[in-house]
Design a protein around this ligand. Structure first.
Ligand SMILES: *Cc1c(COP(=O)(O)O)cnc(C)c1O
Length: 384
């Protein structure tokens, strides 16, 4: 049975992998080397210098490509380095249309770095497809989608967006960090590029910073490999190994993340001190139907606003949490809480933030895989 035909859980463990050719090591060795001996000039075995390629990184790149049903994968030193590589496909005068409530770091990279090089960034909620189509002109080269969005948990219909990008011959890239390929496979829904902050669910243990891309198209892969090798934002052998190790349990972790996420979302929804809960699994979530159509579950990222909440009492609640750690990041086995207005989205101007619903009282949870009763008890004491 070819590994391409394996089902998802088997692919998480075996996808793109083979025993090491040197000694048959079942797990990919950490090839902590910058260079490779050549018996004769140019007579290398596929590896000549580790910026270009390294066997441990290749193993990770193949695993990500396999999980996303892509043909090619690239691993980077961070999610931001992966996004940076995608933006380097573009040049001056080119335009990018992005989802309006974007990961803070992506917003900073686009506006703070790439705008200087003459690339223009436009924003759209991508719920109204006509509005999206109207923003496309002959300079538009890329549509950048994040779904579920961070931290408002809006869902964007990838298939609908891809219909528009294909019609206008514009590339579509999806930041799949929140959903992971376990819940959503953008390349299957018409995207050209899928991007990950593997720092989050793919790695899953909050012990690495790694980014990844996967694509189907060979020409696009060649361009991205060229950028990866030229700019050099690669993930190192140790980080590649750790991420790969994390990926091998992605499916079991995600299953528990989803179960715990659902229990916590429902607990918060019924709590008298909570005003609004943002989680795409609720039937009254504005894009629930799209989530149901394109995702295999609703994940464990939840945002909520306490009743009559403001900046001060949101801070008080996150400080009171004990089992939930107050920290940036998400997607690890441990539960984390964050305050977007002062933390992850602090780099976005307040008016921009509030336009997208990121009010000062908003709290974001990354629900881990602990016993859910303990997590609920922790929320209960903090809210009271
Ligand atoms: C964390 C994150 C990134 C950035 O990834 P790093 O690994 O921190 O560089 C990009 N997009 C989303 C949605 C993220 O959560």
């Amino acid at each position: 049975m070819g590994k391409k035909e394996l089902k998802f859980n088997s692919k998480a463990i075996h996808g793109g992998q083979q025993p090491d050719t040197a000694y048959g090591a079942v797990m990919p060795p950490i090839y902590q080397t910058s260079t490779y001996a050549q018996p004769t000039p140019g007579g290398h075995k596929g590896y000549e210098y580790s910026r270009g390629a390294n066997p441990t990184r290749t193993a990770l790149e193949n695993a990500v490509a396999s999980l996303e049903n892509g043909n090619f994968g690239m691993a980077f030193g961070s999610g931001m380095a992966a996004i940076d590589a995608v933006m380097k496909l573009l040049g001056p005068e080119d335009e990018v249309i992005c989802t309006s409530d974007l990961y803070g770091g992506s917003y900073r990279l686009f506006k703070g770095v790439f705008e200087k090089y003459g690339i223009k960034f436009l924003f759209s909620d991508m719920v109204n497809m006509e509005e999206l189509a109207m923003k496309i002109n002959q300079n538009t080269k890329l549509v950048w989608v994040e779904t579920p969005t961070n931290p408002m948990m809006n869902i964007i219909d990838i298939e609908e967006v891809s219909r528009i990008t294909k019609e206008h011959k514009v590339l579509l890239a999806v930041d799949n960090t929140f959903a992971t390929p376990y819940l959503q496979q953008p390349l299957e829904l018409g995207a050209d590029i899928v991007m990950h902050s593997a720092t989050k669910y793919l790695g899953g243990h909050s012990d690495v910073i790694v980014g990844a891309l996967a694509v189907k198209d060979e020409k696009l892969a060649e361009q991205l490999y060229f950028i990866q090798k030229s700019s050099g934002g690669i993930s190192g052998p140790m980080d590649s190994f750790l991420t790969l190790r994390g990926i091998k349990t992605l499916h079991v972790r995600m299953q528990r993340h989803c179960e715990n996420g659902e229990s916590i979302a429902k607990y918060l929804e019924n709590h008298p001190k909570i005003d609004t809960v943002y989680w795409p699994g609720f039937e009254n979530h504005p894009n629930h139907d799209v989530a149901k159509k394109q995702m295999n579950g609703f994940g464990s990222m939840i945002s909520f606003v306490p009743k009559g909440g403001n900046y001060e009492n949101a801070i008080k609640i996150v400080e009171k949490l004990q089992l939930f750690t107050l920290a940036e990041s998400l997607g690890g086995v441990e539960s984390l809480a964050g305050h977007p207005a002062s933390m992850s989205h602090g780099s976005i101007p307040k008016e921009e933030r509030e336009k997208n619903g990121i009010v000062d009282a908003l709290i974001r949870l990354s629900v881990g895989i602990e016993d859910v009763e303990d997590l609920i008890a922790d929320l209960e004491q903090a809210l009271n």
